[in-house]
Design a binder for this molecule. Sequence first.
Ligand SMILES: [Zn+2]
Length: 259
Amino acid sequence: MPFIEKNGLKYYQFDSLPGTVHAVFTRRGGVSTEPWSSLNFGGSVGDDPANVRANRIRAFETLGRDPASVFDVWQVHGKKVSFALRPRDPESHEDKADIIFTDQADVTLYMRFADCTPLLFSDPVKKVVGLAHAGWQGTVKNIASAAISAMHERYGSNPVDVCAAIGPAIGPDHYEVGQNVIDAVYESFGDYAEMLLPRVGERRHFDLWAANRLQLQQAGVLNIEMSNLCTACHTDDWFSHRQERGRTGRFGVLMGLKV
Ligand SMILES: [Zn+2]
């Protein structure tokens, strides 16, 4: 059962991320009002910061994680990595990064999404967990490969031991893209671009799910689980920047090592 309901919240869990506590929270069960209703984690989308804080605490407690264990970053559509040695000091500024890892059991990694692809990583051998934020920009920069390289260099992870998961994101049915994205996909993916940019009449869509899966496979990852959930198809569950024309919130993904 990928969806779990608890404390009025509904979240998605993957089957194949051993040794982790993780959740992709739907937008259900929070305190925010329209257009952020209701479990909004986005602090820069116009919602009341007190509501965002209350939502975050509710999500952490539902997963049995201390809200003070949070480590998050300022997501900037790049592929820089931030390694969490301890929870983030609430007085400190977030690192600008789109990949986070930790091998510390008292840290809970936390990221925000609304159409971009959540990538979740677990290495049960080296006891490392990670999250990445892969929109089209991160994807054409091959953020998946950057994440696997970082796991290898920092923790000695062997890609064949890594379990990766691709969370809810805007699907190939909904993600129409313009010429700038099409050009970037061709430049990044070469011969594979044709397959990753399905034609819908005269228009081209971008398959973020398949693009990230391909990059993970090329980086040597064998265990890849897909959620195959389109955020734009299911705005009852997910915030979708595209489908809701920018007036929406951000859903949260949490991940830590099982204690
Ligand atoms: Zn869709």
